[in-house]
Ligand binder design. Structure first.
Ligand code: S3P
Length: 442
């Protein structure tokens, strides 16, 4: 997919940020609601769906596969086809910038006797697909090309073989792809994970009526799904995305005098590593009004300006905050002392090499950063971040948002070379920040 011309933007130092806001729906849950709705019988109604480009591409994908997803009023309606009921699309399916859409859908397509070509933008076409294709091939998926990056042509099967598979990388996307293929296999498919990754697939498959169980054995989690599954369409309410809320919360922490409340945010503990880390740094962040919605815990998050100290973030926390390291690094730039983040190997294979892009963005704005293997060390300035630099975003929405957040409190404006990609996950980002009091210039 080709994107619009790059849209550079600068953030200028903001006055105190204040207000109560809601962020759009969680991206992970939005993708899954559309896909699981397509695999269920009957109708699924989704409220609060994220309408970012990534999720809209998944809505188009399920539609192209014979399960129409359409918006009526505030609700997205998916006409499900049942497990194994999807049909061959008329042409290639474009997944844009979305690794989640692509990888989960590979698991779905694997279980259907159809041939489907999957394409993506320049960023997605560089991302590793072997981690998903490898186990799916063991189950019976065929790939036309001798390649492990998009574009790829998949030939699925209605006779998938169940497998027991231990994840070599901590990835919810890989886990989910195998479990989704497992819905179609003849028997039980088990995924074993050493480190817990986000568990939205497990929760939502159960909610849709699939037979799925999770057991702890020898310190590892075994997730088993029964094949030849039957699922029934459900009503899904998507909670606010903690990975989007992160930017507003961090902005409030950095800008003197700020007090911001983000309402209705998903606080599933497989997603809240950033909030734990911010509290350890001394940030005034509180989770209030804890409640449950659609099988997931949610809360309102209040953040106020705080002085911060550097901390060490352990490697085992990485899966629960994997998308939040760029903004944590931006925050750490203002802390006193070093912030040491271990276990960041997976950051190198996100929408960009986020480890390199984050360090380069900091350096461009006068903040020292060191990469040591899979560890990033941000040498905090104790409050005064020079700014004045331009950040290369490499088609990565989170790099753009992280550095626009840093620029709200830096001495000189921070410029990002492009903001167009922000629409993949958080189209309302600039508008919500302006509502809180931030100012930008083009
Ligand atoms: C996601 C899982 C994570 C995350 C991505 C969304 C998901 O990727 O980075 O933004 O919805 O399953 P990995 O599971 O590959 O780490």
């Amino acid at each position: 997919m080709s994107h619009a011309a790059p849209r550079p933007f600068s953030t200028v130092r903001a006055p105190a940020l204040a207000g109560r806001v809601r962020v759009p729906g969680d991206k992970s849950i939005s993708h899954r609601a559309l896909m699981f709705g397509a695999l269920a019988t009957g109708t699924t109604r989704i409220t609060g769906l994220l309408e970012g480009e990534d999720v809209v591409n998944t809505a188009r994908a399920v539609t192209a596969l014979g399960a129409p997803a359409l918006k009526e009023g505030d609700t997205w309606i998916v006409k499900g086809r049942g497990v194994g009921g999807l049909t061959e699309p008329a042409g290639p399916i474009d997944f844009g910038n979305s690794g989640t859409g692509t990888r989960l859908m590979m698991g779905v397509i694997a279980g259907h006797p159809i041939t489907t070509t999957m394409t993506g933008d320049a960023s997605l076409s560089k991302r590793p697909m072997r981690r998903v294709i490898g186990p799916l091939k063991l189950m019976g998926l065929e790939i036309a090309e001798d390649r492990e990056t998009l574009p790829l042509t998949l030939k699925g099967s209605d006779a998938l073989i169940p497998i027991v598979y231990e994840l070599p990388v901590p990835s919810a996307q890989v886990k989910s792809a195998i479990l989704l293929a497992g819905l179609h296999a003849a028997g039980e498919t088990t995924v074993i994970e050493k480190e817990a990754t986000r568990d939205h697939t497990e929760r939502m498959l159960r909610f849709f009526g699939a037979d799925i169980r999770t057991e702890l054995k020898d310190g590892k989690t075994h997730i088993t799904v029964k094949g030849n599954a039957e699922m029934t369409g459900r009503d899904v309410t998507v909670p606010g995305d903690p990975s989007s809320a992160a930017f507003l919360v961090c902005a409030a922490i950095l800008v003197p005098g700020s007090d911001v409340m983000v309402e209705g945010v998903l606080v599933n503990e497989t997603r809240t590593g950033l909030y734990t880390t911010l509290q350890e740094m001394g940030a005034d962040v509180t989770l209030t009004n804890l409640r449950e919605e659609g099988g997931e815990p949610i809360a309102d998050i209040r953040a106020r300006h705080s002085a911060l100290k550097g901390v060490t973030v352990p490697a085992e926390r990485a899966p629960s905050m994997i998308d939040e390291y760029p903004v944590l690094a931006a925050v750490a730039a203002f802390a006193s002392g070093d912030t040491v983040m271990h276990g960041l190997a997976e950051l190198k294979v996100k929408e960009s090499d986020r480890l390199a892009a984050t360090a380069a963005g900091l350096e461009a704005n006068g903040v020292k950063a060191t990469i040591d293997g899979d560890t990033l060390i941000v040498h905090g300035t104790g409050g005064k971040v020079p700014g004045g630099g331009t950040v290369a975003t490499h088609l990565d929405h989170r790099i753009a948002m992280a550095f626009l957040t840093m620029g709200l409190a830096s001495e000189a404006p921070v410029t990002v070379d492009d903001t167009a990609m922000i629409a993949t996950s958080f189209p309302e980002f600039i508008g919500l920040m302006q509502q809180l009091g931030a100012e930008y210039r083009t």
